[in-house]
Design a protein around this ligand. Structure first.
Ligand code: PAF
Length: 283
């Protein structure tokens, strides 16, 4: 399996592949790969000749220094896991911070038609500037035909779509369904850091989302939101940061339901010092 650390070498290599007619899928990751990432890679392999997987813990998207320091870094295991999928059709790009940012570890400022102010944007200042900066830079280096993002980070997915639209980037963005553990917990690289006590109760998050979806059929967004808040007050192992029912195109909270619009419920929860997010389509 080819593994590049240098952006110029990777770009040259991909340029030759594309000149010879190969199509390139791209799965950007921060490593600590799990089955959710592999399903993105498999989607990429089914639609492209080759898939580039970037493994880079991007410092500019962390609003919390401790989270950045503690973020799992497992490059060798990640490469072994990718080899179980394919050795000859996957290319890894695992750059250093220097290769990406040089001396300026800073994000650019982006606007995404207001999507950046909601939910994760409100609770994690500067997060989407960091995501926009790294994803745009990676798209320039990899020059993929298609890029694959999981719906677990649904707000991120909508923001990347907006980035591509506003900056007219020549890449198709493909959103892929959330991959869940058998008990319903959405797969995340952070799950590995959950205490066993928190891991055992964590299916509660998805169960609450399913119940919220059922209630949304007959109740207002406000009534469902109040119910979820109460449920979490009775669950001492979790601290609910937000539960929001939002329009999927604006990501603004629903005031009055309309049958013409599509909604999702979004949740962010602290399990000890681990922050988990999840979401569910409501209609
Ligand atoms: O979703 C992630 O893992 C990251 O936000 C991404 C898209 C790889 C950018 O660092």
């Amino acid at each position: 399996m080819k593994n590049f650390q240098n952006k110029a070498e990777l770009s040259t290599y991909i340029g030759v592949l594309k000149a010879n007619g190969s199509t390139i899928g791209f799965v950007p990751t921060m490593g600590a790969l799990h089955q959710g990432h592999l399903s993105l890679v498999n989607n990429g392999l089914s639609e492209n000749d080759l898939v580039v997987v970037s493994i880079f813990v991007n410092p500019t998207q962390f609003d919390n220094k401790e989270d950045l320091v503690k973020y799992p870094r497992t490059l060798e295991e990640d490469i072994s896991l990718l080899k179980t999928v394919s050795s000859d059709r996957i290319i890894v790009y695992s750059p250093t911070v220097d290769d990406i940012y040089g001396n300026h570890i800073e994000s650019r400022t982006f606007t995404f038609d207001g999507l950046e102010h909601e939910m994760e944007g409100a609770f994690r200042k500067g997060h989407f500037d960091g995501v926009g900066t790294i994803v745009k830079r990676l798209f320039e280096i990899v020059n993929p035909d298609r890029a694959y993002f999981g719906e677990k980070d649904f707000q991120q997915l909508q923001i990347i779509r907006k980035l591509v639209e506003l900056h007219q980037l020549p890449v198709e963005i493909i959103g892929c369904p959330i991959h869940r553990a058998a008990d319903g917990l959405a797969m995340s690289s952070r799950n590995a850091r959950l205490s066993s006590e928190h891991r055992i109760v964590s299916p509660f998050i998805y169960k609450t989302l399913i119940a919220a979806k059922t209630q949304f059929g007959t109740k207002s967004a406000q009534a469902v939101t109040e119910w979820v808040n109460k449920e979490f007050k009775n669950q001492p192992l979790f601290e609910l940061e937000y539960f929001i029912i939002a329009d999927i195109s604006t990501l603004k909270p629903v005031k009055r339901k309309s049958t013409k619009k599509s909604y999702r419920a979004f949740i962010a929860v602290y399990a000890g010092d681990i922050r988990l997010i999840d979401n569910i389509a409501l209609n």
